[in-house]
Every structure is written in structure tokens, then in C-alpha cells.
Design a protein around this ligand. Structure first.
Ligand SMILES: NC(=O)c1ccc[n+]([C@@H]2O[C@H](COP(=O)([O-])OP(=O)(O)OC[C@H]3O[C@@H](n4cnc5c(N)ncnc54)[C@H](OP(=O)(O)O)[C@@H]3O)[C@@H](O)[C@H]2O)c1
Length: 226
């Protein structure tokens, strides 16, 4: 096996705390679980603090619950894990709390009908570009779109065998998010381009959902030769 190419060193992110907006859903809760297991202090956010507290208590692992404003303001890095329908309004309401922060967007604007999942058109290009437009004072990075919430939450799954595409316009921020992805066992963060290329990464989730349905799987991506 050839040696893995490492064009540069990623930063040490072990001490960073994470807030997760919409962390009461499967995706946010799953990421909270994995990052807490990796030793990070995690705050689950919700529109209702009690719901967040309940989700945090369900996980144990010293995860904290709070309303979305606290989960946005206090931690070092914030993950957005709300449905596409609530994305813009929520971020607009938290512009001040998120100013100056790295904001990781994993939102997939998808529709579903009898034929399965399909990508929705987005005026700004992608959910991540919408986040960047709404949060001019934050550093928005797109990542974790193809991670299965079911596997994140499954206690039988020790390692998450996939690569996470990390996109953004700020190299320091994408490096940091690549390093964060690497904190989850089996996962690797791979730089995937600038935010203007986030649309097809978000949209590709519809293809993965088709794969999952056909093969009864929780498919992820592996990028070869890097
Ligand atoms: N599920 C997956 O496998 C997966 C994988 C990759 C990416 N994603 C993306 O991650 C995001 C979350 O997925 P999910 O399956 O966890 O979704 P979800 O369970 O439907 O929603 C997550 C949480 O968002 C909050 N929420 C719901 N509607 C909202 C609104 N209109 N405004 C603000 N907050 C709202 C709710 O929390 P409160 O009621 O507590 O506020 C809910 O528990 C989605 O955008 C999805 O595309 C999901």
C-alpha cells in the first residue's frame, strides 16, 4: 500500500468545543455523540432548551443542552443541522451570535416524491452559500453532508468508514474542519473545493439515498489516491 499523501499538517483541534444547531435531530445528535466520544465539549441546541436538555441527557457523555442562541454563542465552532426549510430564518436570527465563528453547514436541500430524493434549486447556489450570504461575519464551511445519522448513532458502529468532503473559501477554516472530521474514528476530512462547488456535494446526497434504498445500505464516499 502506498503512503498516504499529506500535503500539509492539519491543526490540533482537540481542545475545541462544538455547538450544534438543531442538535435534537438524528444528524445533530449523531454528530454530538461522536464528537463527545472523541473528547470534545458539545452543546446541543434547539428552539426549546428543554428539548435540547432531553437530547443531551439521552446521550449522556457530558453533552450539554441549551437553546440555539446559547449553542451558537458559547462554543468555539458551530454546526448547523436543521432542515433546509428552517435554515435561512434560523441563521438570520443568530447572525450576531455566529459572528467571527467557523460555522459548519451540513444541510442538504432535498425534496422527496414517489421516485425518491432529488436536489432542490437554491437561489444562492447551495445551502452553504446561503449561509455565507446570511452570515457575512462568519467563516462558513460545508461538510458532513454524506454522513449517515443512523451510523453516527449506532453504538455497534465503532468506526465511520468514509471521507468527508470539506468545502470553503477560507483555507484556515477548511483545514480546521478537516481536522475535526478526523477526530471521529474512521473518518477523514478531504478538501473538496470552494463554496461555489457546494451545490453538487449537497445534491449528491440524493444519489446516496438512491444507493441506500437499492442496496439497503448506509453508503458513504471514499476518495481514492489522496
Ligand atoms: N439525517 C441524516 O442522515 C443527515 C445526513 C447528512 C446531513 N443531514 C442534514 O442535516 C440536517 C438535519 O437532519 P435531521 O435528519 O437531523 O433533521 P430533523 O430531525 O428533521 O431536524 C433537526 C432539528 O432541527 C430543528 N428544526 C426543525 N424544523 C426547524 C425549523 N423550521 N427551524 C429551526 N429548527 C428546526 C428541530 O429541533 P428543535 O425542534 O429541537 O428545535 C429538529 O430536531 C438536514 O438539513 C439534513 O439535510 C442529515
Amino acid at each position: 500500500m502506498s503512503e498516504q499523501k499529506t500535503p500539509y499538517d492539519l491543526p490540533d483541534v482537540a481542545g475545541l468545543s462544538l455547538g450544534i444547531l438543531g442538535g435534537t435531530g438524528d444528524q445533530g445528535k449523531g454528530l454530538a455523540r461522536r464528537f463527545a466520544l472523541a473528547g470534545h465539549q458539545v452543546t446541543i441546541g434547539s428552539r426549546r432548551a428543554e428539548r435540547a436538555q432531553q437530547a443531551a441527557d439521552d446521550l449522556g457523555l457530558s453533552v450539554r443542552g441549551a437553546d440555539n442562541a446559547v449553542a451558537a454563542a458559547e462554543p468555539d465552532v458551530v454546526i448547523v443541522a436543521v432542515p433546509w426549510e428552517g435554515h435561512k430564518d434560523l441563521l438570520e436570527s443568530l447572525r450576531a451570535e455566529l459572528a467571527g465563528k467557523i460555522v459548519i453547514d451540513c444541510v442538504n436541500p432535498l425534496g422527496f416524491d414517489k421516485r425518491g430524493a432529488f436536489a432542490l434549486p437554491v437561489e444562492e447556489g447551495s445551502a452553504a452559500e446561503q449561509a455565507a450570504a446570511v452570515l457575512p461575519d462568519s467563516r462558513v464551511v460545508a461538510a458532513f453532508h454524506h454522513v449517515s445519522a443512523k451510523l453516527l448513532l449506532d453504538p455497534e458502529v465503532e468506526e465511520m468508514e468514509l471521507d468527508v468532503l470539506v468545502l470553503g473559501d477560507d483555507r484556515e477554516a477548511t483545514d480546521l474542519v478537516q481536522a475535526l472530521a478526523g477526530r471521529i474514528g474512521g473518518m477523514r476530512g478531504v478538501y473538496g473545493g470552494r463554496l461555489r462547488n457546494a451545490h453538487q456535494v449537497e445534491a449528491f446526497t440524493a444519489n446516496l439515498i438512491s444507493i441506500n434504498r437499492r442496496y439497503k445500505a448506509h453508503a458513504g464516499l471514499r476518495i481514492t489516491d489522496v
